[in-house]
Design a protein around this ligand. Sequence first.
Ligand code: SF4
Length: 884
Amino acid sequence: MTRPQDTTEAGWTRSTCPYCGVGCGVLMRRDGATGLEVKGDPEHPANKGRLCSKGSALAETVGLEGRLLAPRIKGMDSDWDTALDLVATRFRDTIAEYGPDSVAFYVSGQLLTEDYYVANKLMKGFIGSANIDTNSRLCMASSVAGHKRAFGTDTVPGTYEDLEDADLVVLVGSNLAWCHPVLHQRLLAARAARGTKIVVVDPRRTASCDSADLHLKLRIGSDVALFNHLLTRIEAEGALDADFLRHVEGLEPALEAARASDLAVTGLAPEEVAAFCDLWIKTRKVVTIYSQGVNQSTSGSDKVNAILNCHLATGRIGLPGSGPFSVTGQPNAMGGREVGGLANMLACHLDIENPDHRAVVQDHWAAPVMPTQAGLKAVDMFEGIHSGQIKALWVIHTNPAVSMPDAGRVAEALALCPFTVVSEITDQSDTARLADVLLPAAAWGEKSGTVTNSDRTISRQRRLLPAPGAARADWRILCDVAERMGWAEAFDYTNEAEIFREYAQLSGKAAALGRDFDISAFGSLDDAAYDALTPARWPQNALHQGGRFFADGQFFHAGGKGRILAVTHRAPATKRAPRFPFRLNTGRIRDQWHTMTRTGLSPRLSAHLAEPFVDIHPEDAAAQGISPADLVEVTSPQGRAILRARITADGQPGTVFAPIHWTGETAPSARIDQLVAPEVDPTSGQPESKASVVAVNRFAAQWYGFAVSTEAPDRAPLALADYWALARTPQGFRAELAGLTCPEDWETTARALFNLPEADVQILSDPRRGSTRLALMVEGRLRAALFIAPEPVAVMRDYLARLPGEAAEAVLTGRAPLDLPDPGPVLCSCFSVGVNTILTAIETGGLMSVEAVGHALQAGTNCGSCKPEIAALLARSQMKEAAE
Ligand code: SF4
């Protein structure tokens, strides 16, 4: 199907990037065909025109490949009336028989605020349960809990400008360079202009360390001990802010706990800790940025409070260039927090357990019921299916069968649940494949609403493309179901603006109860004004000049004081054992987003790291007999994965790192979250995704393969491989394969794999080496090639990936002709510049700086995300030269 043309926009339309919490503004326009052109919006305050590699490739991800175009019931196409009637009936009947807590919604930080508001209203105010939780539970819940304990509300005190005004920026558990690239570029620009010092606190060396003055490579999970020590040094150095401390309580017990803390658990050298404390204490303008490395822990909330304690004790909060700053993972993680998307909160930062708060929300919604206590948080929600409590589940825009801890058990829960509804843009996700009812949802570019980024800036996402097939906006689908459940009047919205006004008006009532979140000025926007809304950061009142909180000492606890909390170090919940001697740290890579349902469509983004991997320390690799490019089997008490080994000293001995992105669609044996233990922080309910215990062993493959093709390989023969990983290329696909049992006939296997029974096949076999190479040609053009060897296949992958579709000759050499240099793996995604091209330019052109490389090759001159890697290549080259 092709997308219908619309003719509404000749110029550029402003919208917001749908990936990370930086919330960059984009300009988009129809490309004259069926897609979009996308570029950075120079007027958006978050990015001022910049986009990272992911944002720059947005236009490559709006095609209709894999889109779900009609409702589906048990795998069969259906129509909206039938599907909606079924969903409403099954939810209504389940509630009637088992009560409101027998149903649940699992939603997403990808939802727009208006979608979130309606989902929350339906579950909490009309169904009467708080069983609605969001995948932000996996990302931000510990920050929410830490903020509420310290400030009385979930308030982010600072703004992005603070990174530029600070003299010291500390990144704790945050690889800002890869996970919030545009913010990182803003920080680096400030550093170049004013010499900002940067400290990274992370158990692993990341791209963010390349521009750091100091890297504290602490042991996994020991952040509380480090910041407790800092608190004791603050006191010892006389750096407590007595004036500000009049507004804060809890210092003495916190100091007592901090003094009892054992710094040795960090594994850091005393002198590097002393250097950090000295720098922190002597620098008045300090911003401490923290992210998943802090939050995704069974002591995540305590880690957050240990950081907040130091800022509160020194009054370094809410001032230009000074404050703690939690950066959100998803585009609307913050909006979800504001609108009550978590199971333990109401909209507008109101508390579910507070009867006054409940009454205000119930009255505003004219709701028949309200839950009086928190609902099931994410991990408990899926466990609730296993226990039989949850009998109907609606998953909206998220992929828990891959992304939840103990993902295998979560997939089992989805299959077991008596009734599973999934709203999705694609039918090709691990979760969508388990749905009883699949509802086609509008995607980015087709939907309209608002999102809030990490510094509380509310921006519009705008619709420019018509939704394909029967796809609908999420709020519309939710209202359609609510209407069929008997609540038509409360859900009779005709557009997103109506929902936003109702929400903004509720925030005014929340503010009257002393809450921080107040956007009631938007409560009377007409539709045209909503449509024209420009990015706006709350609060916008005179009390909070510059959009910051707490410099005035006014907090949101009863009594108005902030709280310093006594926190103590706790080791990760799972204990290492002889069977599972390694700790598994999980995280993101630069060019992919979550489970790759969109970024995986982009050949450019797939070129940077095309295969799932595990980073293992050289000492451990030697002990385990693992060589570079070997496949390794990583096992935990929960599951097993097979991943490509990268041997690097970035991590610490006894720890391994693996990315989260690969799925049953792209590399079924590399679903990393099926290894993660479902241990959660007792306060926030956030899972510990960075400290599971695992074993690592070489995977004894009998054969290894590499393939390129114009079409996706056929899944049935692909499944014969014990390991496979698929990635896009401009010409089609590339795949890595391996297996324990060698097929008897590679030609037959290759024809089946590429679904090319009639192809002309060229074969080159080397019985002595045990290798086989096949090229499958149709009408003189290469359609597929397969390279098999008994060890990891050594061919020029990036060169071969460019050949399918061409009248390629000498494919079976696996190498580029001598007159055609191999560019190597893509490093700069924006301009598709490979590692070898950059190294050659450095060596032959005498290039000495990242800027010089950019000038020569353009690499790094657009989004800048690859600058740390270019710097690493320069350093490598300079070291090599010095050694010679
Ligand atoms: S930093 Fe990149 S992924 Fe994040 S919002 Fe900006 S363009 Fe999107």
